[in-house]
Design a protein around this ligand. Structure first.
Ligand code: ADP
Ligand code: ZN
Length: 767
């Protein structure tokens, strides 16, 4: 039975009326919101002994059919329900103080209205998961788990051949472990990576690895600190002073080139906010939660900081939440959900790398943390500081229209120049002999070799994981696709499998074509695993580490890799967009973008913007130290404005070229108009098509009858990814210069379709 059905039964069909202890005292009722996809509240009786705690925003335990659910009080002294309705009593009110303060409750209502998400789901996002559990979590005791760690290195391929001559499985285990940073929980190696316990034991008996026991989910940031920060430069001081002189109601944008010292500016602003008795939130993209960033924040705020990273257990998360709610900690640092941290007397919210699409939540409520930060700050009188070297066009538009004040940090710290960028045309540039399908040019090869000879470090970006993008039969042309998604399966080698990057489907690499039976199957499209293999053969003495979603599935694998990079124990760091951002390694003198075009032609209006940001950000990793640096961008589109602007590190040049492409005579797109997307999906292809047609027809009618044509309705059309996890997908887009018109259809459809249609306002992906 669904929770929704259960609730409906509770109010209309309950068996027992709540006992009234004294019929001379008028009973009091509360309206309670349950964390389910339902807009309405449910009425419960307030037992007199709980009355002091049953206040708006308080968590309460209520009966729903035969089970119990945690809900949040929306209102007390609500009108009594109709006499025919049997009402049950609130069972418990666990918190002395309401969990959701009035401004946060209002923020929940704003999310409900702006994104069209049912209020129950909007409020659910405000509290950590553990606080919605009926069994009240006391924070689980620390548990230990078994970890396998490599103890011996086999740097050369020759040693490897020798060590694993008759043990190919052991080699796979060894290399998998190596790729994820040298150690990992046994549970993960067996369950997620499919390695056999026998192969792991074999590594131990061979003296190549050792088992240890460590506390599970240990916080790698605990005890991290750093020396007091350096004095601000004159540029940094001007920006800090400018921000503090700006009225709190006006958000600020720090547009500072890579390496300009934005973090220190945030910290200094926050220091004065905290000194004046307020609290603050620092939002960072998850991947930027590097020990470096956290250490800097700890260096300034010490134990006043709560770090809300994804590795926390439910109990630890709830503990951090309580410490903030009680005001024991004043500063919250974390990814998008930290925008809801119950910081007391909120004075400022910083959104670092504000252009990052990871600030958008992929499930309901589909909020964007930047938009929520702006609204929350407005409600609580706090200031907002957005920062980026490559601000989103949305934020640049707000700056251009005066809704955001822009501060610039045009130079790197220490007057270091931004690294020169060499654009290499892959259509004509000479490749190294034996490169075969790998786009590896002589120019990039020489640059990498030079850096290695000089003892410097190299970063190579390839934004495509796996070994190869797809497997194709050379005889009949058949491409292996996911049986559940309309997408080619990627070829993986460690461990070997064909894998769907959308749903995780896995199957063995076939030896013959399923269509024509031809025996050799050809791999096409370069992925990071293959690049690692290729670079390893090309530079056999180099210490190479790879970082992508496949290597960093263990909680702290990427931290270990970055630590080794910082200690100079890695010569070449290669990977996907994960390595493009936020990293500050002074000894990196060469950055290579192996194929800049991987995302350039996706059917999404932000394809150029994403490419510009990615290339400009990774270029910014080079030349952060006294040795300088140089960037090599390999592309088949050297004249594309995204590539050209990234090559000169110029966001204004990019915006000047891109903004006109998003307005008349071209089809209008954000930031010139608001956008919402409605996605219907179903196992049955014709049903979903009909549903999308009805959806579009409803929108067209609502537009002409009630919105005087303020909207433009696009579609219905199949989504670029037509099928996902076995469901066919169609979408309809609406655009309007007037946000109110979008808000009205978003709310109406959010309520009408009751979760059957995905309602995504300000979508960050149209795939
Ligand atoms: P951004 O985030 O703008 O790319 P960072 O904040 O990472 O830049 O700063 C780049 C580097 O400069 C870091 O190594 C940082 O420690 C250093 N740095 C920042 N501000 C100063 C300063 N005032 N004096 C000396 N070094 C600084
Ligand atoms: Zn799939």
């Amino acid at each position: 039975m669904t929770a929704e059905g259960a609730v409906a039964n509770n109010t209309v069909g309950a068996q027992h009326a709540a006992p009234l202890s004294d019929d001379r005292v008028a009973p009091r009722y509360a309206e309670v919101i349950l964390p389910i996809p339902v807009q309405r509240a449910y009425t419960y009786l307030i037992p007199p002994e709980l009355a002091p705690r049953v206040v708006p925003g308080a968590r309460v335990v209520v009966p729903v059919q035969r089970s119990r659910v945690v809900g949040v009080v929306a209102e007390v002294d609500a009108a009594p329900p109709a006499p025919t309705v049997a009402v049950k009593s609130i069972l418990a009110a666990p918190d002395a103080e309401p969990a959701i303060t009035p401004p946060l409750f209002t923020l929940g209502v704003w999310i409900n209205r702006y994104y069209g998400t049912p209020l129950g789901l909007a409020l659910r996002a405000l509290l950590p998961g553990a606080l919605w559990g009926v069994q009240r979590p006391a924070g689980p005791a620390e548990q230990v788990e078994r970890v396998l760690a490599l103890t011996a290195a086999l740097p050369s391929l020759l040693e490897r051949e020798r060590a694993f001559k008759r043990a190919p499985k052991r080699r796979v285990a060894y290399e998998a472990l190596e790729a994820i940073g040298g150690s990992a929980p046994v549970r993960h190696l067996v369950a997620q990576l499919g390695l056999s316990p026998a192969a792991l034991n074999g590594l131990v008996t061979q003296g190549l690895a050792r088992y240890t026991e460590v506390p599970r989910a240990r916080d790698p940031f605990a005890g991290l600190s750093s020396p007091p920060p350096p004095d601000l430069t004159a540029d940094q001081r001007h920006v800090v002073a400018g921000i503090l002189a700006t009225p709190a109601g006006t958000p600020a944008l720090i547009q500072g080139v890579t390496g300009s010292g934005k973090t220190l500016v945030y910290l200094d602003v926050l220091r004065s906010v905290v000194a004046s008795g307020h609290g603050a939130i620092l939002l960072v993209p998850e991947i930027a939660l590097t020990p470096q960033t956290v250490a800097r924040v700890r260096g300034v705020f010490g134990d006043q900081v709560a770090v809300l990273h994804s590795g926390l257990s439910d109990g630890e998360r709830a503990d951090a939440w309580r410490a903030l709610r009680r005001g024991e900690r004043r500063v919250a640092v974390g990814p998008r959900s930290a925008v809801f941290a119950p910081v007391q007397r909120l004075g400022a919210i910083v959104v670092d790398e504000e252009h990052e699409s990871s600030y958008k939540q992929g499930t309901a409520p589909r909020y964007h943390a930047r938009a929520v930060a702006l609204e929350r700050a407005r409600l609580e009188g706090a200031r907002v500081i957005l920062g980026s070297a490559t601000p989103s066009l949305e934020t640049l538009h707000l700056a251009a229209t005066g809704k955001v004040v822009r501060f610039e940090l045009p130079d790197r710290i220490g007057a270091r120049p931004l690294p020169p960028v060499e654009v290499i045309d892959l259509r004509t540039a000479e490749r190294v002999p034996g490169a075969r399908g790998v786009p590896w040019t002589v120019a990039l090869d020489d640059a990498v070799r030079g850096a290695l000879v000089r003892g410097e470090q190299v970063i190579l970006l390839l934004n495509r994981r796996g070994f190869a993008t797809y497997l194709q039969c050379p005889a009949c042309g058949d491409v292996r696709t996911c049986p559940r998604c309309a997408i080619a399966l990627a070829v993986h080698q460690t461990p070997a499998a064909l894998r769907c990057h959308y749903c995780g489907h896995e199957e063995p690499v076939p030896t013959v074509c399923r269509v024509c039976g031809k025996e050799t199957q050809r791999m096409r499209g370069l992925g990071t695993q293959q690049l690692e293999h290729f670079v390893g053969l090309r530079f056999p003495d180099a210490r190479i580490a790879r970082m992508d979603l496949d290597t960093t599935s263990t909680k702290w694998a990427h931290h270990r890799v970055l630590e080794r990079m910082a200690q100079g124990k890695i010569d070449i760091l290669l990977g996907t967009q994960m390595i493009a951002k936020g990293l500050d390694f002074p000894n990196v003198t060469v950055v290579g973008v192996v194929d800049a075009d991987t995302g350039l032609h996706l059917p999404d209006f932000r394809a150029a913007e994403r490419t510009f940001q990615l290339v400009a950000q990774v270029a910014g990793r080079a030349g952060r130290g006294p040795k300088g640096g140089r960037v090599y961008v390999q592309t088949r589109a050297p004249d594309h404005h995204a590539i050209r602007a990234a090559a000169v590190h110029s966001v204004s040049q990019f915006a000047a070229a891109e903004l006109p492409l998003r307005t008349a005579p071209n089809p209008a797109y954000p930031p010139h108009v608001g956008l919402a997307r409605f996605v219907a999906s179903h196992e049955d292809a014709s049903r979903v098509q009909r549903a999308a047609e009805r959806l579009a027809a409803w929108l067209v009618r609502a537009n002409s009858e009630r919105l005087s044509g303020a909207l433009s309705v696009l579609g219905p059309a199949p989504c670029p990814i037509e099928r996902l996890k076995g469901r066919w997908r169609w979408h309809v887009l609406v655009k309007a210069a007037e946000p109110r018109a979008i808000g009205r259809v978003v709310r109406a459809l959010g309520a009408r379709t009751r979760g059957a249609v995905i309602v995504d306002r300000d979508p960050v992906s149209l795939l």
